[in-house]
Design a binder for this molecule. Sequence first.
Ligand code: 5GP
Ligand code: MG
Ligand code: MG
Length: 178
Amino acid sequence: MNNDIEEILFDQAAIQESAQRLGRQITEDYAGRRPLVLSVLKGAYLWTADLIREIDLYVDLEFIKISSYHGGVASSNDIQLITDIRQDVSGRDVMILEDIVDTGQSLLFMEELLASRGASSIRVATLLDKKAGRKVDIKADYVGFDVRNEFVVGYGLDYKELYRNLPYVGILKKDIYS
Ligand code: 5GP
Ligand code: MG
Ligand code: MG
């Protein structure tokens, strides 16, 4: 599996450091509040595990599952809600946890959904931000790392459901998918 990786970008130690940095910031920013952490499956599960342990607040944890990729290496704007949350978000401070923001379309979909349900604030903490991929005007509030416009896998991120268990984020060799 490791042989399929062109270059390691962020290893576990670097990711832990960024989780600590963002966790401190979030703890400060939400002092006195009880945010509802909304983790986006499947990609954000490892990042969620790391980041929430660095947040020193009472938080609720919920999971939502959406799909945008349909198995390839390019996002689509056909976003589907696969598994919804049961908890009422009206009046809540929602913190979306994402693995990566690329075109921004998944995030826009979720922000609109949460806003329509009456969330009182919505922020986003993403492990990776691929700003060059943006197609809609949307920003993440907390960013672990900026990443260049390459297809990356590992640390929760997949290609055809594989590589999620790599303990780092790396660039997938092009001959694996072309
Ligand atoms: P967006 O809607 O912002 O284009 O993409 C959001 C989702 O597409 C991410 O949550 C992630 O699941 C997937 N995605 C975007 N870029 C990459 C990438 O470089 N690698 C992988 N494995 N998934 C990506
Ligand atoms: Mg995702
Ligand atoms: Mg995927």
